[in-house]
Ligand binder design. Structure first.
Ligand code: GDP
Length: 413
């Protein structure tokens, strides 16, 4: 059974930790002593359960590697297992998503019913859209604090929809909940009889796993070239599709072609196939001048390469970008000197307001529709076709200062 990975984002204090704590409790995914602690507290009259506190506590334990040893949180429903990807802020979220540290298939955006849509809510929505996460649940939390009023829920929903409409993002569900009291999270609420839609967990359970990269054309970015027993071995990770022994392979951007003579496997004579997600070392039937950064593909299914391409970037350094600055582009296994040649639009990522056209700076948290020029051709495949190849980071003096994706206009028609 496949698990489903999702990111949870929202303005600070809107109830992220509380909802995570509630989910773990309702699905009995917390350590037994924590379950007991919460049970006792909720049985005592007038004592509030602070799920956020439980989460802080778990985070501490996690940091000390005692009970949970990864930066991800798991829970399970009868349908499947879920992985919640921690995203303490928008920068971490974007960095993780762009560098591929966390491949989310769905997103949850949390909004406080009383406070409504805030700046960070909008910035997160912008990123969810930019990263093409189409399975989205919006939860309007703390309904208990607004008297479970349908009118207030509809107001927040309509504010949010008018923003999401600008980026063409449609939430799959918008659900009124109280994370604290556990209403409409896994159990329905008697306090909101006017809401007849799915609970949060029913919503998640209805989501699907995204098509596997196995079914896509081969993409094998070369990481290293080694010489083993007099033979040249190209090492890397198969990002999409399959490598086959005996199959033809073409490398981009050079366009050099060869046959895969063998796929090495330690302690054996080699293997027939290596597929998406696997690391592989291959030997070709002829020596090609192919090195790190080139991408192996199936002939006839080559990705495009260019030394100039359009991209959406998100600037995330306190020190602004100024036109003419030297930067490095890191994309798949390639790293190449680059410059931003034009900034067609400079945008506030929270309001989506276009601040300037044909701009010459990008400030912290601003998004830009840009043209990037590289010192030599690189493989530039659309993020929407192959996520692993279509995202990149920009590096300035060893510091990751921006994340981006190839050829995506924020205002999709
Ligand atoms: P985070 O910053 O998004 O992780 O927010 P927290 O989960 O830490 O919640 C911030 C505050 O809101 C805490 O004091 C929570 O107890 C409170 N809170 C969260 N969810 C609810 C809710 O559904 N109802 C009420 N009344 N308070 C809530």
């Amino acid at each position: 059974m496949n698990n489903l990975r999702f990111v949870m984002v929202g303005h600070v204090d809107h109830g992220k930790s509380t909802l995570i704590g509630r989910l773990l409790y309702d699905t009995e995914s917390l350590p037994p002593d924590k379950m007991e602690e919460i049970r006792t507290a909720s049985q005592e009259q007038g004592r509030d359960v602070e799920f956020a506190y439980v989460m802080d506590h778990l985070a501490e334990e996690r940091a000390r590697n005692i009970t949970i040893d990864t930066a991800q949180t798991f829970f399970r429903t009868p349908r499947r297992e879920y992985v919640i990807i921690d995203a303490p802020g928008h920068k971490e979220f974007l960095k993780n998503m762009i560098t591929g540290a966390s491949q989310a298939e769905a997103a949850v955006l949390i909004v406080d019913a009383a406070e409504g849509v805030r700046e960070q809510t909008q910035r997160h929505a912008f990123m969810i859209d930019m990263l093409g996460l189409e399975q989205l649940i919006v939860v309007v939390n703390k309904m208990d604090q607004v008297g479970y009023e349908q009118k207030r829920f509809e107001q927040v929903k309509s504010d949010l929809n008018s923003f999401l409409g600008k980026v063409n993002l449609k939430p799959t569900y918008v659900i009124p909940i109280s994370a604290k009291n556990g209403e409409n999270v896994s159990n329905r609420s008697d306090n909101m009889p006017w809401y007849t839609g799915v609970t949060f967990l029913e919503g998640l359970d209805s989501f699907v796993n995204l098509p596997s990269s196995l079914e896509k054309p081969l993409r094998f970015p070369v990481q290293l070239v080694h010489e083993i027993a007099g033979e040249k071995v190209l090492m890397g990770r198969v990002e999409a599709g399959r490598l086959r022994r005996g199959g033809e392979i073409v490398f981009l951007p050079s366009g050099k072609k060869a046959k895969v003579k063998n796929i090495l496997e330690f302690g054996t004579k080699g293997k027939e196939e290596a597929s998406a997600g696997e690391s592989a070392g291959i030997v070709l039937d002829q020596a090609l001048p192919v090195g790190r950064g080139e991408v192996g593909a199936d002939p006839g299914q080559e990705p495009p390469s260019a030394d100039r391409f359009a991209a959406s970037v998100f600037w995330m350094s306190p020190a602004p970008f100024r036109m003419g600055e030297k930067i490095l582009l890191r994309i798949a296994t390639e790293e190449v000197p680059a410059e931003i040649e034009a900034i067609a639009e400079r945008m506030d990522s929270s309001t989506l307001e276009i601040l300037e056209r044909d701009a010459s700076v990008l400030n912290d948290t601003e998004a830009g529709e840009v043209t990037i020029r590289t010192a030599r051709p690189v493989v530039v495949e659309s993020f929407y076709k192959t996520k692993e190849l279509g995202r990149f980071v920009l590096v300035r003096r060893n510091d990751v200062v921006a994340g981006g994706i190839i050829a995506h206009s924020v205002r999709r028609s």
